[in-house]
Every structure is written in C-alpha cells, then in structure tokens.
Design a protein around this ligand. Sequence first.
Ligand code: ATP
Ligand code: MG
Length: 561
Amino acid sequence: MTINTADTNHETMTTDFIREKIRDDINSGKHGVITTRFPPEPNGYLHLGHALSICLNFSIAKEFGGKCNLRFDDTNPAKEEIEFIEAIKEDVKWLGFSWEGSPKFASDYFDQLYLWAEHLITAGKAYVDDLTAEEMREYRGTLTEPGKPSPFRDRDVDENLDLFRRMKDGEFAEGQRVLRAKIDLTSGNINLRDPVIYRIIHASHPRTANKWCIYPTYDFAHGQSDAIEKISHSLCTLEFADHRPLYDWFIDALPVPAHPNQYEFAKLQMTYTVLSKRRLTRLVTENHVEGWNDPRMATLSGLRRRGVPAAALRDFVQRLSVSKNEGEVEIALLEHCIRDNLNIESERRLAVLNPLKVVIENYPTPGPEWLEATNNPNLPEKGSRLVPFSKEIWIERDDFMEDPPKKFFRLAPGREVRLRYAFFITCTDIIKDTSGEIIEVRCTYDPETRGGNAPDGRKVKGTIHWVSSEHAQDAEIRLYNPLYLCPHPGSENDFIDDINPNSVEILNNCKLEPSISELNNNVAIQFERMGYFFKDETSKPNKLIFNRTISLRDTWQKIKG
Ligand code: ATP
Ligand code: MG
C-alpha cells in the first residue's frame, strides 16, 4: 500500500482528519486555545518519523494560533541520557520550529504524579502488587481468556499507602513490588487489566538524580502531563489507540486541571529505511554505522550531516497525508523533495571525482587565465565567479574512452568536446603506463571558442567538466548508497542481514576548483554533472571532506543491477 501524496501545490490548505476535528472543536467552543506537544523519549536521536510528528504538532499550533510544547517523556532513567535531550532540541530547532517557553519534562511533574498515585490509592483505584513480572503476565490472561485477580488486589487503603510510601523510600528491590491501577481484569482491552502505573528503578535520573527510585509508566505520566500543560489535542501514533481508554480513565479518575483528548495517526514508514529507535540503537551500538549522525542514518542529525536541507524534509512531510491507515512511502518521494530543493538552492561548482590528466599542447602559457562561471542558473542574483584555466587540467576518467561506442559523446581520440565555461578541445594522443593504463590525454584547444561557442558555428555533442591541475584543491568525497539492499529490511530475517555492504564509497583523490574554499560551511553545492554535495562536519581546511547528499538522477537501480 502507498500513502496518498498531497497536491504539490502548497497554496492549497492542508487538511486531514485531525485538523478537521480541531476545526470542529473550535466551532463548537470546546477549545478556545489549541495546544499541542511533541513528546520524545530521550532514549535515542530523532529520525524521519519524528519529523512527521514534529511538523504535524508545530504546524497545527501555528495554523490555529495556538502553542506547541516540547516535552521530554523522561520516565525511564535506565535508558535516557542528557546527550539525547540536547540532540533532540537541536534537531527540532534545525527543522525550523520553536517550542513554547522552555522545554518541559515529564520529570517536572513527578511530585504531582506521585500525589495523584496516592489519590488513586485513597480512592480504592490502585494497589501495590507483589507478584513477579512473570506471575503478573500469567494472571493477566490472554486475548481470549480474562485475567484473574492477584492475591494482593484487595489490600486495604492503609496497607497500600504504607507499601507505596516504602517503595518510594527505597525499601524494596527492583521488581519486588509495583503499583497497579484497579480497573477491569475481564476487559477485552488488555491495557485495562490493572496496568502497572509505578515501578521501582534504582537508577540515577538525568534530571532528578537520585531523588526518586520509583517512576511512573508512560501510560500514567503521559495523559496527566498533557492535562498539566492543558494540551487540547494529544497526537500520537496508532499503536497507542488501544491505550486511549486508559488515558481517558486516568483523566476521569483524577482531579486534573484539564481534559485533553488523544488522537492517533499512522506512523511514517518508508522503503529502504528503518525507523525505530530500538533498531537505530543497534546500528550504532553494534558499529554498523559510525554513530547516530552517520550520513547513512535516517536520523535528522544524519540527514543534516549528509546535506539534506530542513526545507526539503518539511516539504516531504507536507506531501504525506496524515492518515489512520498504515502505509508506506517510497524513498523516491523523499529523494525527489531533496533534489527539488537543492536544484533551486545549491551553488554550482566544478569538481573532478576520478581525475585523469589532460595536457593542452597548444596552450601558449602555463596559465592561468580566468573564466567566468555561473553560480546558480536558477538564481541569477547569486552571480558568477572566476575559475582558473591552464595548460594542465583534470577531467573525469569516465569522460574519456580510447575506443568509444557510437553513442559516447565525450572525449575520445580525434573527437572534440566542450569544456564547461571554457574552450573546445580535441584529443590528439594518449599516454599509457607500463601496465597499459591511460595516465594522460593530450589535446589541442581552439582559442576562438572561449566561453563555449565556436564563431564558425560548429557544434560539439558533449560538454564535460574540468579543474585546473595547478589550482585544484584536493578533497575526499564520500558517495552513499542505500544502507539496505531490499525495500523492507528485516521483513524476512534480522534487519542487520539486509545491510548493504557497499553503502559508502570513499574517493580520496578528488580535485575541486579553488573557489570552494571561499564558501561557507553549510552551503549546499552541486558539483556539476556529479550530484549535490555538502561539506562534512569533520572537514578541515587542509583535509577537505565532502558527502554526496544525493546524485542528480536516480542511479540506484543501475548500481544494484
Ligand atoms: P520509535 O518507535 O522509533 O522508538 P517512539 O514512538 O518510541 O519511536 P518517541 O520518542 O516516544 O519514539 O516518539 C515521540 C513522538 O514521535 C511520538 O508522538 C511518536 O508517536 C512519534 N513518532 C515516532 N515514530 C514515528 C513515526 N515513524 N512516524 C510518525 N510519528 C512517529
Ligand atoms: Mg517510545
């Protein structure tokens, strides 16, 4: 199944079932102010799926004149880290959104949540259970069998309060006791069969350090945090639909300051891509990639390092219709959005990735002479620059063939081609090394063709790029292929087995035109005819490194074939 993609005309008003609901709620007077939140758990870096959730929550707030909070769902200190909190903030800002006030944390509400847990106990709606996790699973029943009560289910309020306070005071070991809501063991919805709401975790929390050794579960923390922040529409993904009755049960059972509602939408899934923090964590911890921001990762930091513009991601997300149906997006759609953006925005430069030396025999001086080159044909205001031309230049090895087929319109013995922004050259000779490899091509040039046209009107079929040898900057360039070999990694085996062993190709003898050093770091560049490139964060003036963001055309089928 494929997700419908919205009209490419961005003027059309975005709409979907969530926005429709919000309009209804405004019209009926149910909500005056629209407040949403993006609630990441800081147990990993954000990925492309989160971009959908971020754009949805922040855009809705903006469209309806409301607010959107960034709230960290930091209820599990065993897996959460400050590094992830900082990375998430950076990613949200990079995507172009600003949250309301300072970032919020579920841990800001631990005192209040604790009091509400005592409130449930006092109301006879929660109890301390001593069953082990395994026993609890057995007692819970199955989809076809009802659960049966724990022998501790009918403890009285005083005993429950005493035990819960002693849990809080650190008297018990992890797993020894939990606090459970007392709801309905026969419910067809297993989430309502007395869910755990507090568990003992003896771990230091990134923000509350050792103040707590009991922590609320997601189910208990989330809705109540929404209520504290007066969230009007709590948007989450479909796997939480079965938790909604529980969400509502807590809100109804507690003296909360607001009554938020939860709405679920389908997760983003994409071909050739894995989007799950659990799996992305494995890629990192098992060293299949170089880190969370490896340019092959579908994380926002990986995409950023690779050179994918935030605007391209926003455009991509806007083209997906928010839906209740699980579907899958073709990676080609994301690539299309990236190319669309870079085609307009990127600075054009000349670079030779696999150099072959060309000597222009009749060039009168060693050079250089300076030729004008356009910076961006789509944005004339970006102007032009001068590139040096000289007697010795580099061309792309693939742009020369000793014995070419008929349809090869680039350089070959006796053939004439245009050098981009420069002259026509004709190949007169080839020099090979002892192994027979071509190491140099000899040419003549026609000085009358300066700028790229012959005064006598003669045509050439091919235009190739080049860089002056003496003036070239050396660079390493990394070319990326999809990280997985098949469209649905892990569908038939461990997804690790589907990793493409050739997902990166490193070229370390690339030649760039000298003006490259005048560009700022975060500028998208098109190396003409070779694709879109972005300076790597580890690049240094004396060791330039560029990542290919994306090729000009889709070559993946060819590479795979
Ligand atoms: P993962 O499955 O990758 O671990 P998660 O849902 O556990 O994701 P959270 O940090 O809890 O990650 O998610 C923050 C928000 O992002 C949640 O509202 C979640 O529903 C949403 N989200 C996560 N993955 C996707 C996705 N693939 N598409 C859309 N929204 C997503
Ligand atoms: Mg989660």
